[in-house]
Each structure stands twice: as structure tokens, then as C-alpha cells.
Design a protein. Structure first.
Lengths: 185, 767
């Protein structure tokens, strides 16, 4: 487990940096815009804090880089990081596209087998399997970049993602509280 | 208090065939029997074996290969310990059931170091008495034999039927040993009338039993194979007697040739040998000749389930009281292996017959039968003999018999039929299961094969017997398929045994430990059906995946003598191609990782199953993501500008220790949040005062603060695209320095220089 406090520090640092980058652009942003900016910078900061060691972080960065407006932010945040990270992120997008295409192709070519009548036990098993598959799909949609992972790595990524999310939530919450307090008084 | 408690944690077993006396199969069998019961009586188990890996015990799964393996492991360890220590005579807990006590007794009997335990210690008298009484109603012969037996029996000890049966079993084993070793067997009047309860007769019986197998035959165990046929009836009768004397007589003789008996796994002659040997052991207890004969007969049957025989035989000798037997020596020599191999070809029919009698109720019936047998001749003897033997097999059965008197009546009926169908059915199932487990265990333990086999057989027999007992033995019709199953089971058992013999430690202890350690992987296999039909045997695949994954042994071909270090076993009923195995490996990987997730996701500790776990995980991730959204919205609301308003934060005297306490956030975040304001402009002299009040572990957060300050400084200069902007000049030099150090990203030096950091005091406090 990585050190949570140092992780948080890094995250906060990057986040604020990103906020600066975002905020420096516009002066009057609507609340939603601000929120988006905050969230985006937070997400990218989180992903970059992970240094692209995990797939989800790379996927996040890759997704963010897709939009040009974010590119600056991403670059700013990733400036200290190695350039290879950026490249892998970009490459990840391509890989994911490839994987996705392959999956679509496979599914289209797959012949649907006729459903045979199965015994009770097997039926229960198949139901369970379907449930698990469904939930796995949901999880894949939640975890950034999850659609392209197999089950095993999906779970590992989820583990890491949950941890990072926790740290992110902690940092944000603390900041929000502090800000609240400051503003409140 | 408990027998084992004194031994602490059983050491990891590293039995090797070369090791000096490893527990015999009998011992294992006994243990298995005991252990199996323990599974049923969970509390007893836990109290008894609290030093044992309680995970096993808690599983409560009878058909648990892992459990069996561990039981074997523990048994061996236990026996090892027993052997290695001077035994203090711990009182046998009285809360144990009769069967348990019998098992314990036998178990201890096997250990040479526990010789000072006597039968009486196990408080078997009482139950034995009742049992005998109950039995007496069945046949005169039993009574007669009992009487005769008792005359020669040491009156101090009362032997329960089980004990008797056990003795017969032991005798059979012994006989096998005798026969195998071709020692001198003073096979006296093998043709003697089995109903020779007197000592001499008993002795002869013993001798009969003690065929070649008995190496030492110091007891004068003589076995005459020839006489086996004659003796069968005796065995039966003897079994019915179930008198301690029999056991006693068996015992010594049995123990004379520990090795022989040890190797009794499937020795047709063993039974006879044992019976004979035990008698001739000269224990002085007149083993009823009938008993011996009966045993002999069973042995002669061709291949009476040595297990049952052995059990009975062994138990009996044990009961008689710890003969100093060097039990360990199961001669895993080639001769024995050959013989074992021979057994693998055992005719299923015989085995069925053998197995059947092992139901406890059956045993009762066996007794009666045995009694009748004694006098009679012919097939009956065989069946009854076997039954009696089988009856003696399982203490459990015994227990059941005691508890379910009805069984006794049933047994009588069954007696009539060759091989109780009920027993067969039940036995086959449980037997298969137990055998499976036992086999697994055996393999896993890698102990002396015979021991494993024994336990295998024992374990298997036990459950079968138990079930047989449980079910109303009303079924007279014995499904032929069940018989076949039994035969197959027997074959499988044999195979397993042979494997053990040939390979010694077939499976490394590591695997065994892994099996222990991975109950999960084992448990699915455990639950699988017990009966291992020979036809269902699947070749074990030796996929070297994640060592330690042991599924149920799919197959144990008789030809699988060569050792196969199987790391991934094909589960029973599953294909064994690489795909399914890889699939299994993958599944196990996933479940491993799910466990990690369980720790991470709160409230998931009790959840099992992929779907539910995934549900929880999804919920948690979603909740976290929603929190992020919410917090970002909150921050957006709070900050009119996208700068987090650090200025404002610092400008206000809001930070005080109270704030710190209010925050329930982790210290890290708390610290840095407070620090942020604290690090704020020196323009507020009051602030510095606040700083020192502060923080819980600030040291680690000084960086954060600095960075925060830095970053804040940048936006404060309003809208700089580049981070390297001129920070406000309000900062002290200190802050500047700090910022310089911490703000390593893109802050230009000039900007940092411009920084007027807070008075050193501010930061110092934080730092």
C-alpha cells in the first residue's frame, strides 16, 4: 500500500496546480464550469499521481487528452512526469480502440448457440454466471479504462482505483471543509 | 483434559516413507474414524482438537478432502508425538461418545508410547456391557461365544462390540502381514472348529490370522490360510462376542506384528492373519476362535475389504490394550506393493460385501450373523464375517449401533442377505466420499501409504457406515450398482493406497499444507459426490499452476503408481483438458483478488460469492465517485474563483485547535488543511499564533502546505497561465525559501524569490 499521506500531498499539489491552470484561463466561470474544472483537475491530478502505473490512471489521462481543451491541463500537470507517460496514455487510447473493435468483431461473428434445456443445478449456475457478467460489465464501466481489461486485472485495477478515490475524496473533503470554515467565519 | 491438548500444535508433518515408524494405516484409520465423528460432533472436536487447525474442524463438511488430509496430517503428527513422548495418562474425556472413545482407544492403542492406557481408561465398559446385552438377544451363538470368550477373557475389561470388531480387523491386517512376510505361523488347527473360544482355540485362530504377514510373530501368531475358511465362522462368532478378550487376544498378536498390521490395507488374508495372530499373541485373552475364524473367513473371501477387516482387527487389538507394537512398520516393500496391487483388482463384489457390513446397524447384525456363522459355514460366514469386521470398523458405526438400537434389528435382517444392501448404498456413498477424502488426505500427507490408505479406507468406511446406520437399514435390496460402486470405491481406495505405497510421499507436504491453507479450493471438491466410480476416474492433470491447488482427485487409476506431483487437479466430473484447468486457475486468481477487495470495501467481510461482492464493489466505487462530484461541486460553490480561495482561507482567523478537533478527517488531510490557512500571509500576526497551536503531524504535511501556498500564490497573482508567476510579495523570505524547496514543479525561481514567505515562525511551527 502506498503511503496515503504522501499520496495525498502529491495529489493536492497537482490538483491545485491544475486548478490554477484552469482558473487562469477564465475569470468568470459558472458554477458548473468551476465544478467541472475542479473535478477534472482532480481526476487528472489523481491519475498523474499514480504515475501511470495503473491502467485506470493511464486511461483517465488518455480520456482527458482526447479533448483538446484539456490537453493543456494535462500537459501542465504531466509536465514533471516523463514524456513516456503521455505517450502511453495516448497509446492506450489507440489500444483500447483496437480492443473494442476486436470485441465487436468477435461478437458479431459469434454464433449464438441454441439454448438447451438444462437441469436445475446448471440453470442456477448459468444464472449466477450471467449475474456476475452483468455486474462485471457495470464495474468495467465505472472504472476508467475498465472495458478493456480482463477480469483479473479488472479486479486489481478496481482495488487501486478504490484506494485512489478514497484519497481523493479525503483531500477534497478536507479542502472543502477548510474553505467552508474560512468562508464561514 | 483432552487427549490432544497436551500436545499443542501438531507439528507440520513431514512424514516420509523412510521415517521411522509412521503411523500405520490402522492408526490413520482410527484417527479418521475419530476425526470423522468429530466432524459430526463439532463441539467435541473443537474441544478435543483445539490445537488442531480449527479451520478444518469448523468446516463441518464431511466430504472434505482438505479435512481429511488435515486429519491425516494431524493424526500422523499426533501419533508421532505420541510416539515420541512419554505419555501421561490423561483422563479420557467422558463426554465423548462411545464411538469416539473407542476410536481414541484404538488410536492410542496403536501408539506404543501409550501402552499404559488401558481399555478401562476409555470407559468403554459401560457401553460395552449394554451393547453386549443388546446383542445377546440375537443369537445364542453370540452368547455362547461370549461366554466362552469371557471365560478366557480378562474380566477386568469389557469389550464392546466395536472393540471386538476392531480387533478382528486388526487381525485381518495382521494376517495380511503375516502372510506377506511368510513368517513362521504356527498356524494351529486352522481347521479347528472356529468356535473355539478357548485360548488355545483362540490362539489357533490367531495363528490362522497370522499368516505370513506377521513378521515378529513373537506372539506366536500363526495363521493358516488354509484354515481361513474354517475360521470364518469363528470370526463371525467372535465378532459377535465382541468381547474384550478377543480384542485383547488380538491385540497382542496384532501388535506383535505391527508392521504387518500396518500394512493391512487390503489384504484378504490379513484379517485372518490378524485374527489368528492376535489370538496366538498369547495375550491370554481367549480370542474367540470364532472371531478369528470369522476373520479368516472374511479374509478368504477373496478380498474382504481389508479396511473393514483391518479396522476391526486393529481396534480389537487396541482395545485389548496397547500392545507395544511397532506399528509403524508398514512394510512398503515390493511384496506388499504387489499384494496391494493385487487388491486393486479386487472384485467389486467382494468389496461390496465387505463394505456393507460396515454399517453400524449392520455390525449389529453382523454380530448376530457372526454368531450364526460360527456354527454355520458357507457364504454366510463370509458376509457376516465381513460384516462383523465392518461393524468393528467404525466406532461411529458402533456408536450408531448403540444409539440406534433399531439398527441391530435391522442388521439381523441384513444378515440374511449377502451384504446388506442398505449398507452398501449408504456405505458406498459415504465410503466413496470418505475414501475420496481419505485418499486425498493420504496423498496429501504423503505419509506412509498404507496409513493413508488406511485412513482412506477408514474414513470412507466411516461415513458409509455412519450413513448406513443413520438410514434405516430396511432396504433389503442391494442395488447391484451400489455393489459395483463399492467395488469401485474399494478399487479406488486400493489404488490410492498403492499409490501411496509406491510413491511414498506422493504429494509434497507443501501441497498438503497448501491444501490445508486453501480450503476454499478444496471445498468445492469436497462437496462433490462421494462415490468415486472407477469409471469416473479422470486423469490427474499436472498442470503446474499455482501449486497447492488441489481439486478432488479425479482419477486414481490402478496404474497410477508413478508419482505425479499434481498442482492442479482436475475436479471430479470436470474435463481435464488444459482449458478447464486454466479456467479453474483463473477463477481462483479472481477469488484471491476478491478477497483483497473484501478488505478494502467496508462491510464486505461476510460477503461471499462473486456476484454479491461485485455488487458491493460497484456500490462503493459509485459512492466514491459521487462523493468526488459532490465535493467538487461544493468547492465550486465555495470558491467564486477557481483558486480555492486560499487567500481567504489564510486571511481568516478561523483556524484554531478547535477546528482541528472538529475535523474528523484523517490527520494528514486535517493537518494540511489547517496548515494551508496557517501558512498564510504574515499580514495577520495573529495567525502565527495559531500555527503553533496546531497540528497533529505537521511534519509530513509541510510539503503540502508549501506547495499549497505556492500554488495559491500563483493564482493570487491573478490569472497567470504559467505557474511561474510572480507571487505576491507579501510572503516572507521564509516562505519563499520553503516554497523554493517544495514547489518544485514549474514555479520559477523568480517567482519564488518574490514570495514573501510567512515569518519563519509560521512555517516552522508547521514544519
Amino acid at each position: 500500500m502506498r503511503d496515503p499521506s504522501s499520496f495525498k500531498q502529491k495529489f493536492l499539489k497537482k490538483w491545485i496546480l491544475g486548478l490554477q491552470v484552469c482558473g487562469s484561463g477564465k475569470q468568470n466561470m459558472s458554477i458548473l464550469e468551476r465544478k467541472e474544472a475542479i473535478k477534472l483537475s482532480a481526476d487528472i491530478a489523481l491519475a498523474s499521481t499514480r504515475d501511470g502505473r495503473t491502467r485506470w490512471s493511464r486511461a483517465t489521462i488518455a480520456n482527458a487528452s482526447k479533448h483538446d481543451e484539456n490537453k493543456v491541463l494535462v500537459q501542465q500537470l504531466l509536465a514533471p512526469e516523463s514524456e513516456s507517460l503521455k505517450k502511453t496514455s495516448i497509446g492506450l487510447v489507440m489500444d483500447n480502440k483496437r480492443v473494442r473493435c476486436k470485441k465487436i468483431l468477435r461478437r458479431s461473428c459469434c454464433i449464438k448457440r441454441a439454448r438447451k434445456s438444462v437441469s436445475q443445478g446448471v440453470l442456477a449456475k448459468s444464472i449466477a454466471k450471467r449475474m456476475v457478467n452483468r455486474k462485471t460489465r457495470v464495474l468495467k464501466s465505472l472504472v476508467p479504462g475498465g472495458e478493456f481489461m480482463d477480469d483479473i486485472s479488472l479486479i486489481e485495477e478496481t482495488l487501486d482505483y478504490i484506494e485512489s478515490l478514497r484519497a481523493q475524496v479525503d483531500v477534497m473533503r478536507t479542502l472543502a471543509k477548510a474553505t467552508e470554515l474560512v468562508n464561514g467565519k | 483434559m483432552l487427549l490432544w491438548t497436551g500436545f499443542g500444535c501438531l507439528p507440520g508433518l513431514s512424514f516420509s516413507p523412510k521415517e521411522e515408524p509412521v503411523p500405520t494405516v490402522n492408526q490413520l484409520l482410527t484417527y479418521h474414524i475419530l476425526y470423522y465423528r468429530i466432524i459430526i460432533y463439532n463441539k467435541i472436536i473443537l474441544s478435543l482438537l483445539y490445537n488442531v487447525d480449527t479451520v478444518l474442524l469448523a468446516s463441518r463438511k464431511r466430504a472434505n478432502k482438505y479435512m481429511w488430509q488435515c486429519s491425516i496430517c494431524h493424526l500422523l503428527g499426533f501419533l508421532k508425538i505420541l510416539r515420541g513422548r512419554t505419555v501421561q495418562r490423561n483422563p479420557i474425556p467422558s463426554f465423548l461418545s462411545l464411538g469416539d472413545r473407542v476410536s481414541l482407544f484404538i488410536l492410542i492403542a496403536f501408539s506404543p508410547s501409550l501402552l499404559d492406557y488401558t481399555f478401562t481408561d476409555f470407559c468403554l465398559e459401560q457401553s460395552g456391557q449394554e451393547y453386549q446385552i443388546r446383542q445377546s438377544s440375537y443369537h445364542n451363538k453370540i452368547e455362547l461365544s461370549k461366554e466362552k470368550l469371557l471365560t478366557t477373557v480378562n474380566s477386568e475389561v469389557s469389550y464392546t462390540r466395536e472393540v471386538f470388531l476392531l480387533a478382528t480387523f486388526a487381525y485381518s491386517c495382521k494376517k495380511e502381514m503375516d502372510m506377506r512376510d511368510k513368517d513362521k505361523f504356527e498356524l494351529e488347527e486352522s481347521s479347528n472348529n472356529p468356535i473355539n473360544y478357548h485360548s488355545p482355540g483362540g490362539i489357533s485362530l490367531d495363528r490362522r490370522f497370522n499368516s505370513t504377514g506377521i513378521p515378529n510373530s513373537s506372539l506366536g501368531l500363526i495363521s493358516t490360510d488354509n484354515q481361513m475358511s474354517v475360521c470364518r465362522g469363528d470370526i463371525v462368532g467372535a465378532a459377535s462376542c465382541s468381547s474384550a478378550s478377543v480384542i485383547d487376544s488380538f491385540g497382542p498378536s496384532m501388535w506383535e506384528h505391527p508392521t504387518n498390521s500396518q500394512n493391512l490395507v487390503f489384504c484378504d488374508v490379513n484379517v485372518q492373519n490378524i485374527a489368528g495372530s492376535s489370538n496366538t499373541a498369547g495375550i491370554g485373552k481367549g480370542v474367540p476362535a470364532s472371531l478369528r475364524n470369522g476373520i479368516d473367513r472374511t479374509l478368504e473371501m477373496g478380498w474382504n475389504p481389508p479396511n473393514s477387516m483391518l479396522k476391526g482387527g486393529f481396534f480389537l487389538p487396541n482395545a485389548s490394550g496397547m500392545f507395544p507394537q511397532s506399528l509403524s512398520q508398514f512394510p512398503a516393500d515390493s511384496a506388499f506393493i504387489e499384494r496391494a496391487a493385487r487388491f486393486s483388482c479386487f472384485n467389486g463384489e467382494n468389496f461390496n460385501d465387505m463394505v456393507n457390513p460396515f454399517g453400524a446397524p449392520e455390525s449389529m447384525g453382523l454380530f448376530s450373523r457372526g454368531g450364526g456363522m460360527m456354527q454355520g459355514t458357507g457364504e454366510n460366514f463370509m458376509g457376516s464375517g465381513m460384516k462383523s469386521v465392518s461393524g468393528g470398523q467404525a466406532p461411529k458405526n458402533f456408536m450408531k449401533a448403540v444409539e440406534a438400537s433399531k439398527d441391530v434389528s435391522m442388521s439381523v435382517n441384513h444378515m440374511a442377505t449377502e451384504g446388506s444392501p442398505l449398507k452398501n448404498e449408504t456405505k458406498s456413498d459415504s465410503l466413496a466420499r470418505s475414501r475420496d477424502e481419505a485418499k486425498q488426505g493420504m496423498v496429501g500427507s504423503g505419509n506412509a501409504s498404507d496409513e493413508a490408505e488406511f485412513s482412506d479406507g477408514g474414513g470412507q468406511d466411516e461415513p458409509s457406515m455412519m450413513e448406513g446406520n443413520c438410514r434405516e437399514p430396511s432396504a433389503k435390496s442391494l442395488g447391484s450398482k451400489k455393489r459395483k460402486r463399492n467395488g469401485q470405491v474399494a478399487t479406488i481406495l486400493l489404488n490410492c493406497f498403492l499409490k501411496c505405497l509406491s510413491g511414498g510421499i506422493l504429494i509434497k507436504d507443501a501441497e498438503f499444507d497448501q491444501a490445508k491453507g486453501t480450503p476454499q479450493s478444496a471445498e468445492p471438491a469436497k462437496g462433490s459426490p462421494e462415490t468415486q466410480l472407477k469409471g469416473d476416474q479422470k486423469p490427474n492433470s499436472t498442470t503446474s499452476v499455482d501449486a497447492g491447488k488441489q481439486g478432488k482427485q479425479g482419477s486414481l487409476g490402478s496404474d497410477q503408481f508413478k508419482e505425479e506431483y499434481i498442482h492442479v487437479r482436475a475436479r471430479r466430473g470436470q474435463a481435464t483438458n488444459s482449458h478447464s484447468l486454466a479456467e479453474r486457475v483463473r477463477r481462483e486468481k479472481i477469488s484471491e483478488r476478491m478477497k483483497f477487495l473484501q478488505d478494502l470495501v467496508p462491510g464486505c467481510s461476510k460477503v461471499t460469492g462473486k456476484a454479491v461482492m461485485l455488487d458491493e464493489i460497484i456500490n462503493y466505487v459509485q459512492s466514491l465517485q459521487r462523493q468526488v462530484e459532490f465535493l467538487s461541486m461544493k468547492l465550486a460553490t465555495v470558491n467564486p474563483r477557481l483558486d480555492l480561495n486560499i487567500e481567504g482561507l489564510l486571511a481568516k482567523d478561523v483556524f484554531s485547535p478547535k477546528i482541528l478537533q472538529l475535523h474528523a478527517v484523517p490527520p494528514s488531510s486535517l493537518a494540511f488543511s489547517l496548515e494551508m490557512p496557517m501558512a498564510y500571509p504574515p499580514s495577520h500576526p495573529s495567525q502565527p499564533g495559531l500555527i503553533p497551536t496546531a497540528f497533529p503531524g505537521m511534519d509530513s504535511h509541510s510539503d503540502i502546505i508549501r506547495r499549497t501556498i505556492n500554488s495559491q500564490l500563483v493564482p493570487m497573482t491573478a490569472g497567470f497561465k504559467e505557474p511561474a508567476q510572480q507571487p505576491p510579495n507579501v510572503w516572507d523570505d521564509e516562505l519563499r525559501n520553503v516554497v523554493q524547496m517544495s514547489y518544485g514543479t514549474s514555479a520559477p525561481h523568480d517567482s519564488q524569490d518574490v514570495n514573501e514567505p510567512l515569518p519563519p515562525g509560521h512555517l516552522k511551527a508547521e514544519l
